[in-house]
Design a protein. Structure first.
Length: 114
């Protein structure tokens, strides 16, 4: 029989408490990392600055660009009318049209049919 067999070849090896706390810490950190990764993946698609928000903003930009073009065209038309009705460049045809439309005036030789 070999003396001190239990001390040299110990089959019933018990982990020290320090290694047990490291395993718990490792599991906890792994779980926290998994949860954070999951959160950031969801936030990158659905969040305030995510992919879906980007495409919503691009669609809104297109709509606002079209609206801006329409407003610019209306502004140009109004500026043109103002320029044509100003004292320096009076357009008599436009003045006659506006008087008939707004004031309800008619010419001397014209008839109104109701």
């Amino acid at each position: 029989m070999i003396p001190f067999t239990n001390q040299v070849c110990n089959d019933s090896f018990e982990e020290p408490k320090l290694f047990k706390s490291f395993k718990i810490l490792e599991i906890t950190l792994s779980a926290v990392c998994f949860i954070l990764c999951f959160y950031f993946i969801i936030a990158s698609f659905k969040g305030e600055f995510g992919v879906s928000s980007k495409y919503q903003l691009l669609a809104k930009e297109k709509a606002l660009t079209k609206e801006l073009k329409l407003v610019n065209e209306k502004t140009k038309a109004v500026k043109n009318k103002i320029r044509r009705l100003s004292d320096t460049g009076l357009d008599l045809e436009l003045l006659d049209q506006q008087a008939r439309k707004i004031l309800g005036l008619i010419g001397e030789d014209e008839l109104i049919v109701f």
